[in-house]
Design a protein around this ligand. Structure first.
Ligand SMILES: Cc1ncc(COP(=O)(O)O)c(C=O)c1O
Length: 445
């Protein structure tokens, strides 16, 4: 048995105010006091009172370099001056008109300019909602009920989108198959039963924790067209984080539908379903469909989010923030892999975008640089028994002023500089030492 109590004690001493609020939260929020599954941590994640740029501060004044960045929404960091200005100006002009307004048109035109498949679009409150609408439309258009999905790909928590393993999830019409298996995909599609194929851009979870083979994705459109299924490429994470045209512009594909969210709202909540005009025809009250699809949603294209979205879109359109964030992620991966090697710890940082993933465990490729996956068997990248070790790493990192997502995911922005990365990697190195010392991690020596 190793002694992990020392770090827990130090962390509690460093975050007494957070501990106090967490005690209150536990009486309110069922997931151990957290309001999102990725915010659960024992004893607790810090309670934040302020954020700016790439940093955030907790109630006890502790500073963190932030790699959560609003679950990936803040490619431009916290409080970008253009977004703050736009939102401040809009607040005094009204936050919710419940009417048509020019900002929604301007915002949509900006999105259309960046993503040519966006002939029509629907603004929703979040990515989950946008994917739900895609399911609905695909069923109306194709006259089919069934939905085809790829293992571990995340699209939200609604019935057709959630993991089939979750209790209470109604998925009578959902079939989940492994990614990268073209034969299996064709076998399913050939049944001509599926309304929609949903895939996450980049791979499963946050745009590629389990990377997908781009060549596999490039073959999807010919198959879905052949068998009459619509294809949705979910770019809620990758849309405008990877490039102004999204991941689809990088690998050169044109899905029927795409969902966007996160970055495109400049930090305010949004989801957008975009795609071919004919697929949206069921929403047209004068259209030919016997049953019209209705889109409700109090917050759809609200002027406040639209003002932030326009400000963010103008910056993202240049491609410069994406380039900088990807460069920062490359440096983090490179330094991280060197540290792992120096310490004789099996594992690797990987990923090919501005999100860096850490895998701890034996690798099949000797990495000093980034690669799409360090192991052949992709299931290893997310094996559940590793969660304890990543959580432990997270606590060590928090104690040393670094906040990331579930211990193993580092989401970067265009504001992360070499100095931030070096500091982070020093904290990572010290954390690994701490883990070796307490026995929660072993090296190969
Ligand atoms: C790929 C992907 N799709 C959809 C969603 C759901 O978006 P939202 O959280 O805005 O509902 C997420 C959320 O993380 C996501 O990562």
């Amino acid at each position: 048995m190793h002694d992990e109590s020392e770090l827990n004690k130090q962390y509690q001493e460093k975050t007494p105010q957070s501990a106090k609020w967490h005690k209150r939260a536990k009486k309110l929020f069922p997931a151990e006091g957290a309001t999102h599954f990725a915010r659960v941590l024992r004893p607790h994640r810090p309670y934040i009172k302020k954020a700016d740029g790439v940093k955030k501060w907790d109630l006890d004044g502790n500073e963190y370099i932030d790699y959560v960045l609003g679950h990936g929404a803040l490619l431009l960091g916290h409080n970008h001056p253009d977004i703050v200005k736009a939102v401040q100006e809009q607040v005094s002009k009204g936050v919710l008109y419940g009417e048509n307004h020019p900002l929604e048109v301007e915002w949509a035109e900006l999105i259309q300019e960046m993503m040519p498949i966006a002939e029509r679009m629907l603004f929703c409150a979040c990515g989950n909602e946008a994917n739900m609408m895609a399911v609905r439309l695909a069923r109306v258009i194709t006259g089919r009920k069934k939905i085809l999905r790829l293992e571990k790909h995340y699209h939200g928590w609604a019935d057709e989108l959630a993991s089939p393993a979750e209790p209470g999830v109604g998925q009578d019409n959902v079939v989940v198959i492994p990614q990268n298996d073209l034969e299996k995909l064709e076998r399913e599609l050939a049944k001509e039963e599926y309304a929609l194929l949903l895939t996450e851009a980049g791979g499963a979870f946050l745009g590629g924790r389990t990377p997908i083979d781009p060549d596999y994705v490039r073959k999807i459109p010919a198959l879905t067209q052949k068998y009459g299924t619509l294809w949705l490429l979910d770019e809620v994470v990758s849309g405008f984080r990877t490039a102004p045209g999204g991941w689809q512009s990088i690998i050169g594909v044109q899905p029927d539908l795409t969902t966007l969210g996160k970055c495109i709202g400049g930090g305010l909540n949004v989801g957008v379903l975009v795609g071919r005009a004919d697929i949206f025809e069921p929403l047209n009250p004068g259209g030919n469909f016997s049953r019209q699809v209705m889109q409700g949603g109090t917050w759809n294209a609200n002027p406040l989010t639209a003002s932030a979205g326009i400000a963010a879109g103008k910056l993202l359109k240049t491609g410069e923030p994406q380039r900088k964030a990807a460069e920062a992620a490359d440096l983090l991966r490179k330094e991280g892999n060197l540290i792992l090697k120096q310490k004789g710890i099996s594992g690797a940082f990987y990923g090919d975008s501005s999100i860096a993933f850490l895998y701890l465990g034996p690798v099949d490729y000797d990495l000093t640089d980034s690669l799409r996956s360090p192991v052949k068997d992709l299931a290893k990248l997310t094996s559940p028994e590793k969660a304890t070790i990543y959580n432990r790493l997270l606590l060590h990192l928090l104690q040393r002023g670094v906040a990331n997502l579930i211990g193993s995911i580092f989401i970067l922005s265009n504001l992360h500089t070499d100095v931030h990365i070096h500091k982070t990697m020093q904290a990572f190195s010290d954390s690994l030492e701490g883990m070796l010392k307490e026995g929660s991690l072993k090296n190969n020596r």
